[in-house]
Design a protein. Structure first.
Length: 259
């Protein structure tokens, strides 16, 4: 009886070993890893943007896409138009489900697509998620999305960076992944998701995520604290700063005029 039980255990282990050996490479346990340097970015009074370096590992024969995703927030834009020959505000447009930061990087010369379905990344994917409501008609949505995209690209808040990721040529074992992405001066404080997608044969075989924190320090942190916790003091400080700025500008321009 005992001998029969041992044989059953040996058979089960042999079956498991055979299953793992013959398992297709796309289904095998992934070795994808992702690390950020730094993991936290501090935004002070003289912050002019910075870069974040990423490193990782992916299985051989993979294509790689990395997205940096901000929090979707509603934004209100004023639409301008001509009325009686004058340019003026003619209505508001609410932009819904638009992330406050969206960068997409790839290891290929073009942002890769998926076999048989639309890719969940890139500007085309953003277009399917972002909604526009308000002072525009249905035929105008496509044009307005392009204008919205140009605005965000000019601010550095949206970017598509194909080829920004490099993969090493390892003879065996996991492939080394390296890349750099920019954080613009207008990046808002908060937590951002850095999502790594591993693609093989036109399919996503693994994903890894890492959080990147952006926080205010110094004088901007003080102003934010006053604005949210001590509104009256924030108002007084804002007035004093405006008065001091006015005196300074008047002094500078007066000095130039005398010369």
């Amino acid at each position: 009886m005992t001998r029969f039980g041992l044989n059953e255990k040996k058979l089960a282990w042999l079956c498991l070993l055979l299953f793992v050996t013959l398992m297709p490479s796309g289904v095998q346990a992934s070795v994808a890893r992702l690390h950020l340097f730094p993991e936290q970015v501090e935004v002070g009074a003289f912050f002019q943007g910075t870069t974040v370096r990423l490193k990782g590992e992916v299985p051989p024969g993979s294509q790689v896409v990395v997205e940096i995703l901000g929090t979707p927030k509603e934004q209100v834009l004023l639409r301008k138009g001509r009325r009686a020959g004058l340019w003026m505000t003619v209505g508001e447009i609410r932009v819904e489900h638009a992330p406050n930061l969206y960068l997409v990087l790839s290891s290929t010369k073009e942002i890769p697509s998926l076999e048989g379905r639309n890719a969940p990344w890139g500007f085309a994917a953003l277009k399917s998620r972002i909604k526009f409501r308000g002072a525009l008609t249905e035929p105008e949505i496509d044009r307005f999305f392009q204008e919205f995209l140009k605005l965000k690209e000019s601010e550095g808040l949206y970017a598509a960076l194909p080829g920004a990721l490099s993969l090493s040529n390892e003879p065996q074992g996991p492939v080394k992944l390296e890349g750099v992405f920019p954080l613009p001066p207008k990046v808002a404080p908060g937590t951002y998701e850095v999502r790594l997608s591993v693609i093989q044969n036109g399919q996503v075989v693994d994903q890894k995520s890492h959080l990147l924190t952006v926080r205010l320090v110094g004088f901007p942190a003080l102003l934010a604290s006053l604005a949210f916790e001590h509104g009256a003091w924030y108002g007084i400080l804002a007035v004093l700063i405006a008065i001091a700025t006015g005196f300074l500008m008047g002094f500078l321009f007066k000095g130039k005029a005398e010369h």
